[in-house]
Design a protein around this ligand. Structure first.
Ligand code: KG4
Ligand code: ZN
Length: 356
């Protein structure tokens, strides 16, 4: 099945063409071997537009999506892949910025018209292409499936870490999961972005802090790890950001590379410690991480090494960098799985869509 997917929930305009295989076994106990081949994964980043404002400006983001979506689609049409035989369209309906989500959703009728060709206006003979409303969070969750030859053993513990979310899930199989915990205030990516601002670094803060932290001492400053010792699986990052604010106010001669490195240590300690505790408690066979913050190589290294030393028979999965940050290939994966399950979100932008 060929899937054409659209993602416009925040500040990346993205279109992807993905080939998907796999089916639901009897009883629907999860999916049998879903396999994805990314044919094209196009992303138009708006970072330069939002950078002067230190964060995403919704109206500017909407304007850029309106401008970039047809450009990306034209680009897709000029590749060697035929789009006329698309079997499914997947579009992000939430969570995200509603004006931006609407741009993607409103592009679908245009797409259908182009894909169905001359028959589009006639009821007889027109090819029916189903349209699936996909969750951005399920996109991140399933982004690990986009790696070739992937095979995930269950139960699994999945950590979604992005600019908008920090969620820990227990997955009984691919399609049955429950939330173990989430952030009670800022998402970890949001915390990276705010801390970067305090350090005078440009938006988005995550990659900037990672770059600077490479030269700093990760144990120079002992920043707090809020909620790390609490028995639940919730997170909190706003206290860490505040602690860093006061530290900078009271320590004028500090090296910012040490602040960046020590901040990363504190943020990652909490993420890793809670994920590992959940993996032990629920006897997980796999740990999956996804979302923009998962692109951080230091976090990946720390996760890999601690999983290897403490849970040697647990497999650790992280998507390649391009699939950690927002993209439409992950929306194709989420759309395909929902299509097989006959699960569909209405084609209506929902800023606060939650994982169910
Ligand atoms: O998943 P994503 O692209 O968009 C959302 O769904 O939010 O995540 C963006 C977030 C931003 O907060 C960004 O600073 C963070 O991911 N990020 C990183 C890194 N790359 C992106 N955080 C830490 N280290 C990175 N290398
Ligand atoms: Zn995202």
């Amino acid at each position: 099945m060929k899937i054409l997917a659209i993602e416009t929930s925040c500040d990346e305009t993205a279109i992807a063409l993905v080939e998907a295989k796999g089916r639901l076994p009897a009883g629907r106990q999860g999916l049998n071997n879903p396999h994805f081949k990314i044919l094209k994964n196009l992303v138009a980043s708006q970072i330069k537009i939002h950078r002067p404002f230190g964060g995403v400006v919704p109206n500017l983001a909407k304007r850029e999506h309106l401008k970039n979506l047809p450009i990306l689609f034209k680009k897709l049409q000029t590749t060697r892949y035929k789009i006329q035989d698309t079997n499914l369209i997947a579009v992000t309906v939430g969570p995200g910025l509603e004006p931006c989500l609407w741009v993607g959703i409103n592009f679908v009728p245009t797409l259908l018209k182009i894909l169905r060709g001359r028959d589009a206006d006639r009821s007889v003979g027109a090819k029916k292409i189903p349209v699936i409303g996909a969750s951005h969070l399920e996109g991140h969750l399933y982004s690990n499936l986009l790696s070739p030859k992937i095979s995930i053993a269950f139960p699994a513990v999945a950590l979604i870490i992005s600019g908008g979310h920090t969620i820990l899930l227990l997955m009984r199989d691919l399609t049955h999961y429950k939330k173990l915990g989430e952030t009670r205030d800022d998402a970890v990516g949001e915390c990276f972005d705010k801390v970067a601002r305090l350090l005078g670094l440009p938006y988005p803060g995550g990659p900037e802090i990672e770059r600077l932290a490479k030269y700093g001492n990760p144990i120079a400053i002992n920043f707090p790890r809020p909620m790390i010792n609490q028995k639940n699986y919730d997170f909190s990052f706003s206290g860490l950001k505040t602690a860093l604010f006061y530290y900078l106010r009271d320590n004028k001669n500090v090296k910012i590379k040490d602040v960046a490195a020590s901040f990363q240590t504190a943020a990652f300690d909490t993420l890793i410690s809670k994920t590992l505790r959940a993996a032990k408690e629920y006897k997980a066979k796999s740990i999956l991480i996804s979302g923009g913050v998962a692109a951080n190589k230091t976090l990946q290294r720390q996760f890999k090494s601690i999983v290897k030393s403490q849970l040697s028979n647990v497999n650790f999965f992280v998507p390649p960098k391009k699939l950690c940050t927002d993209n439409a290939a992950m929306i194709a994966a989420a759309g395909y799985i929902n299509h097989l399950r006959n699960k569909n979100h209405r084609l209506r932008a929902r800023g606060n869509l939650t994982l169910k």
